[in-house]
Design a binder for this molecule. Structure first.
Ligand code: AP5
Length: 221
């Protein structure tokens, strides 16, 4: 199963990608996670990306396209993948099309998570992320079992620097300006499937499973 998860910051893409990845054993490929990892390791990519990420701006296409193309060549992506947060510009979408065409791996679906700005802001300002394994929680909606500790590895939970409200608002503007045109791009290709991002995480997960059954995508897992 080859999926793209599209939608504004805080719509729940990463949460569902993680759940789908665990359920179906397909790799979750998040450009945000890969870039944050590069920043932590202080690689050339991380150094080039950091300033953009702190401001909530998009990292230049060339950098992101290269890391995704390389990741898609890894053997675990041959059986399918869940792309979360990529593509985010028309140039990224076109280069993804080109790379997938070359390897004869067409996309099955683009899940478009929609939500309002106010839901995004409240979700992101309450988000806490595990410093050790990157798992996501929310102080009210998806609280960890023990306050401040990760359910999976007991690592400390922290707030992402770009989850401060002023940066979240900029990320939402950047999404509208640079990414939202991909809704029509994928609609025209017949790949877009809207998802009600305001539902709770379990409801969304059920809705996705029904959608996959209806469209016989589970045969591809
Ligand atoms: P990235 O990490 O991709 O951030 P984002 O797209 O802004 O996505 P988020 O993780 O904030 O939102 P999400 O929709 O995944 O929601 P989540 O499930 O986490 O990118 C960060 C930065 O990297 C960008 O700003 C940019 O600089 C750079 N970058 C990344 N990709 C790039 C690209 N392709 N091109 C250029 N630059 C790029 O949930 C959020 C919170 O809500 C969590 O606390 C969660 O627990 C909670 N929650 C989730 N679902 C629900 C639900 N259904 N109900 C209630 N709460 C929920």
């Amino acid at each position: 199963m080859r999926l793209v998860l599209l939608g504004p910051p805080g719509a729940g893409k990463g949460t569902q990608a993680q759940m789908l990845s665990e359920k179906y054993g397909i790799p979750h490929i998040s450009t945000g996670d890969m870039l944050r990892d590069a920043v932590r390791k202080n690689t050339n990519t991380g150094q080039a990306a950091n300033a953009y990420m702190l401001k909530g701006e998009l990292v230049p296409d060339g950098i992101v396209i290269d890391i995704v193309k390389e990741r898609l060549l890894a053997s675990d992506a041959k059986g399918g993948f869940i792309l979360d947060g990529f593509p985010r510009t028309k140039k990224q979408a076109e280069s993804l099309d080109g790379a997938l065409k070359k390897s004869n791996m067409p996309l099955d679906m683009v899940l478009y998570f929609n939500t309002t700005d106010s839901v995004s802001v409240s979700r992101l300002s309450g988000r806490r992320v595990c410093k050790s394994c990157g798992a996501n929680f929310h102080i009210i909606n998806i609280p960890p079992k023990a306050e401040g500790r990760c359910d999976y590895c007991n690592g400390p939970l922290i707030q992402r620097e770009d989850d401060r409200e002023i940066t979240v608002r900029n990320r939402l503007e950047v999404y509208k300006k640079e990414t939202s045109e991909l809704i029509d791009y994928y609609k025209q290709k017949g790949l877009l499937r809207p998802v009600l991002g305001d539902l709770n995480a379990e409801q969304i997960s059920l809705e996705l499973e029904n959608m996959f059954k209806q469209e016989r995508l589970l045969d591809k897992v």
